[in-house]
Design a protein around this ligand. Structure first.
Ligand SMILES: NC(=O)c1ccc[n+]([C@@H]2O[C@H](COP(=O)([O-])OP(=O)(O)OC[C@H]3O[C@@H](n4cnc5c(N)ncnc54)[C@H](O)[C@@H]3O)[C@@H](O)[C@H]2O)c1
Length: 280
């Protein structure tokens, strides 16, 4: 038995952007707590179109793709080895037809979807407004904000029929505090928080809880690829003087999607190491 005492035994979860970083850890921790987990991502090891997908989604995806940092199928195997059901499947959260098809496939295979973690996101560029690349603006809105909407809309009818569901959306301190040189990213992460509150209100009458996580800086492969000096300054802003770990996010999520949090909806839970606190 894991340290979670099988808190999520019998639950079925779908995680987006789960081939690395926070999403991968969310999937593993949900499985440790007893859930069956479907791993979805735009990059899947055995997919022959990874190069095109990476090209479409920009610099980080291209580096990850070329260095083989993608563990969707590996993560599904790790979960199967824990005795849970799991599979990895390609799902571009911006592609509404593909999203609908994948959720229908999960229902066919597992019969229900209890938990959706809207984690897929882009965090690969910093530039002031005058240099903001219009294509990146559109892409960030599409992946982060519309992607969250697309997946929520696709899962909603199933959760509504079940009269039960838990949705977690991934915001950021850039969404609550703003971020210098992060116009598009912070706008999407702020939008995710308002979307979360609206969905919490609509979901309550159907037994669907909708919450957001507000991470500070988390030491994922993607974060570590960022500008070293900038990362050091961000680290120094936290109360703990260090980045969080993907487990810190995954643990908060596991609590929020469990019955222990049944009266919590519409929150943006800070997992930030105190980066937003006033210090001098
Ligand atoms: N790492 C941090 O410091 C931090 C801080 C605040 C918020 N977040 C948020 O947490 C989430 C995960 O961050 P991470 O550090 O693990 O980043 P990451 O880049 O390692 O992971 C993002 C994942 O999303 C996938 N993805 C990208 N576009 C996609 C698409 N169109 N469809 C499906 N999948 C797609 C990527 O392939 C990748 O596996 C993101 O939403 C990010 O904005 C991260």
């Amino acid at each position: 038995m894991s340290s979670w005492n099988d808190l999520l035994e019998g639950k079925v979860a779908v995680v987006t952007g789960a081939s690395r970083g926070i999403g991968r850890q969310d999937a593993l921790t949900l499985a440790e707590a007893g859930a069956d987990v479907v791993i979805t991502d735009i990059l899947i090891e055995s997919d022959e179109e990874n190069e095109q997908a990476a090209e479409k989604y920009g610099p980080i995806a291209q580096v990850m793709q070329s260095t083989d940092v993608m563990y969707a199928e590996k993560t599904a195997k790790e979960i199967q080895d824990m005795g849970r059901r799991s599979f990895a499947i390609k799902m571009d959260v911006t592609d509404r037809d593909q999203v609908r098809d994948v959720f229908a496939k999960v229902i066919k295979e597992f019969g229900k979807i209890d938990i959706l973690i809207n984690n897929a996101g882009t965090l690969d560029h910093v530039s002031q407004l005058e240099n903001q690349n219009d294509e990146f603006w559109d892409r960030d809105l599409n992946v982060n904000l519309s992607g969250t909407y697309n997946c929520t809309k696709a899962v909603w009818p199933y959760m509504k029929e079940q009269g039960d569901g838990r949705i977690i959306n991934m915001s950021s301190v850039a969404g609550t505090l703003g971020g210098f040189g992060q116009a598009s990213y912070s706008a999407t992460k702020g939008g995710i928080l308002s979307f979360t509150k609206s969905m919490a209100l609509e979901g309550a009458r159907h037994g669907i809880n909708v919450n957001a996580i507000v991470p500070g800086i988390i030491g994922t492969e993607a974060f570590n690829m960022g500008n070293a000096k900038m990362n050091e300054r961000m680290k120094e802003r936290t109360a703990f003087k260090q980045p969080g770990e993907p487990e810190d996010i995954a643990n908060a999520i596991t609590f929020l999607v469990s019955d222990k949090a049944k009266y919590i909806t519409g929150v943006g839970l800070n997992v930030t190491g105190g980066i937003e606190l006033f210090t001098f």
